[in-house]
Design a binder for this molecule. Structure first.
Ligand code: S3P
Length: 194
């Protein structure tokens, strides 16, 4: 019984670790959704999976939104959803891989959150995405050279947006989250808030 009490206290205390939002950014297949689920369970945070919210609201798969309305339309839905996140706190947001390409999106995220960049090598990404068909930008280009060049083209913007960077290759979700939490708490201690 005492053990349960300790556990509950830990969870309660943990849930107050982050009064701000955590935005997970990075290339497709870097593990944003997995890490988001883990963090939200472990720290009782609300979780928002941007692609899932957009797909649910439109009643369409992401690939169908791209095909029917075009990429620009989808990007505007992303921006509007990020603006909505201003009303939230203690929420972990798993962003679509293209979110940090728009400067205005980065500004929105920084207003009330920290931006965490997850990275992985093109080989790792390939292994993680090769059997999925809901990533229109990779459909017909699912190969390591294409992934590597798109990642390279985006690198500067990902890195500019990031408050912290975590490599995910060959690491478990708990190892990734442990590093993430440690780095965020260090930033909090230094009082750095963008
Ligand atoms: C995109 C990434 C996808 C999705 C859409 C576009 C991108 O999300 O938003 O297919 O431009 O990188 P994930 O990163 O969750 O796969």
């Amino acid at each position: 019984m005492d053990e349960n009490k300790d556990e509950n206290q830990l969870e309660e205390g943990a849930s107050r670790l982050f009064h701000y939002n955590i935005f997970l950014i990075g290339f497709m297949g870097t593990g944003k959704s997995t890490v988001s689920r883990y963090l939200s369970t472990r720290f009782s945070m609300e979780s928002v999976e941007m692609d899932a919210v957009i797909a649910k609201r439109k009643g369409m798969r992401i690939s169908d939104i791209f095909a029917k309305f075009g990429e620009e339309y989808f990007r505007n839905l992303e921006t509007n959803l990020l603006i909505e996140m201003q009303s939230k706190s203690n929420t972990v947001v798993s962003c679509g891989g293209g979110v940090s390409m728009r400067e205005t999106n980065v500004k929105e995220m920084k207003k009330n959150g920290r931006v965490v960049l997850l990275t992985a090598t093109p080989n790792t990404i390939y292994e993680r995405v090769k059997d999925s068909h809901d990533r229109p930008l990779l459909e017909g280009h699912k190969n390591i050279p294409y992934i590597a060049q798109l990642m390279e083209a985006r690198r500067e913007k990902y890195e500019a947006a990031a408050d912290i960077v975590i490599a995910t290759d060959g690491r478990s979700e708990s190892q990734i989250c442990e590093e993430l939490v440690k780095k965020l708490l260090e930033m909090d201690k230094k009082g750095v808030f963008g």
